[in-house]
Ligand binder design. Sequence first.
Ligand code: 1PR
Length: 673
Amino acid sequence: MAVRLLGSSQMMNAASSYSSSSSRMFVHRDNTDRKKVTFKSTNFSIRAHSSSLAGESVVTLLDYGAGNVRSVRNAIRHLGYDIKDVNTPEDILNANRLIFPGVGAFAPAMDVLNLNGWVPNANSLEFFSAGPLPHQFLLGEALIEYIKSDRPFLGICLGLQLLFESSEENGPVKGLGLIPGVVGRFDSSIGFRVPHIGWHALKIVKDSEILDDVGDCHVYFVHSYRAMPSDDNKEWISSVCNYGEDFIASIRRGNVHAVQFHPEKSGDVGLSVLRRFLQPTSTATRKASSQKASKLAKRVIACLDVRTNDKGDLVVTKGDQYDVREHTKENEVRNLGKPVELAQQYYKDGADEVSFLNITGFRDFPLGDLPMLQVLRYTSENVFVPLTVGGGIRDFTDANGRHYSSLEVASEYFRSGADKVSIGSDAVYAAEEYIRTGVKTGKTSLEQISRVYGNQAVVVSIDPRRVYLKNPDDVEFKTIRVTNPGPNGEEYAWYQCTVNGGREGRPIGAYELAKAVEELGAGEILLNCIDCDGENELYCFQVTCLLVPQLFSGINDFLLSGQGKGFDLDLIQLVSDAVSIPVIASSGAGAVEHFSDVFKKTNASAALAAGIFHRKEVLFSSASPQLFQFLMEFMIPIRSVKEHLLKEGVEVRMLTADYLPQDVQAEKVAAIR
Ligand code: 1PR
């Protein structure tokens, strides 16, 4: 019997039904009272042999279809390698180099390793789940044997955790048992936000060739569980990180490597980790590491609001308080460029993440919007930082009466290259219902997607408007005393959530919504503010500077001095205090100081901006070639923002290319003036 799978919850069923008829496994119950399968001892000998497919340019990939492995595939291909997928235990034993990018949760991943193979299907996987065994070994047994024989292996994220004895995730659940230790959850009670999402520098504790290019650079992590260093496992550890406590960031023993971070999402540095694994003979020298303590870096995220314009083209647009139409006779949708090109540009400029928001998703069906899926596919081929996509994630019935679940919509986004999905309107309805009934139905899009893909893959996008009050007791929602009084001298406000792109106000506050969605499974909050969205004084000033050349030299000073109104700090602090998951501050950035303000005055983990990054694109296209070159090199807002943050003592991830010595910069400027 074959079981057709869409996600990891189905994998659990597949594994359970197989285990009951298999004589090769023990079956036991753990404290979750869920049927579990574990390996018999693996005292057998498997002779690995080379397959003609496993040539030097081929990498074997163990992908069981539970999340976005497209990025790992893209990164491997980007480095010039072909991929052979594992379908059977023999494929593991025949590999020359094996990469295991574990995704999803620990228990379902172990359940898959307790199977003895699968056959790929166009959009999902069909697993052999019972009946006569078509293969001699289980996948996990083959994996243990492969690793024990010191063959080239790279585990990524869950692919590291599964090597340990067990995990507390939905458990305890037994792991492969190769490394002593238990994988546990980060402790959010000590003031650290969980999941641990973002860029962190490593403390390298032993020579691990694949980390030779990393030095002090930051790499990208996203996880809620971690393995801890101990005397029993210290021989394995090659680097650690500190997030409230030390955790294992990578291991190395002989040819066996595993990393808790995501090299495929860590930009050029991450690609170099993969390259060094794939070409271990590379002679490049090791980059020095200062070993200085690193905190989780604050993230700077570029956001692209995407929609189809009146001509039918998918464009990046940007509204002012969500109004994206030009105030001209034609009333066209503001067109700021092409989504794939802009995303690539921001990646090169140093954006820590890129978000696409399909802003007409509330009325259009995203799976009917194939261009958006294409945008994701193309972008993920060349952009090696996390990609989030939002807009229209909800259940939908099309004109032919076919029903699509929000999980199917999200799955399609993940398969197309998204690392996270962002839910707006549907999360508001789910939170309202949850607050009203106090019952988690498990059926909302938020709950379903986070159950299958993990809460780190689910962002809730909140679109509130500030409502001023004379008296804080006038509403049933959480109010704040505002820093700047309202138009009639009001000293208080609450933040009313909206749906449908800000068109409809709902009877729920941002504070209440944030708390409810955290309980329902959100891993992160994207906190917009309609009142602050899309400040454009900076753009006007830049245009003026170009038209009046004498002012040109003032642009950089202006960028560093700031003119826009900035983030709504009251709102951001209100919501960050409500939850223990990371909060992304959004809306209103118009100057570099706004970023340092938001990081110094609130507990935001990341700051997202759109207008400040896009508008130079329009501006630059009218510049002379020399001026264009100058602007591109020195007026990159993302770089300016990060340099400013660094100067202000805020830890951020910098590109290695950003550290251009001052004299080289001065020479370049002189050459074009
Ligand atoms: O409700 O699940 O379909 O999701 C719709 C998503 O689209 C939501 O995340 C919602 O915020 C977004 N959205 C809907 N309409 C608009 C619009 O602009 N007309 N854009 C819209 C929201 C906010 C950010 C923006 C920041 C930073 N835009 O995307 O980029 O505010 O801008 P700034 O730096 O220029 O101030 P669903």
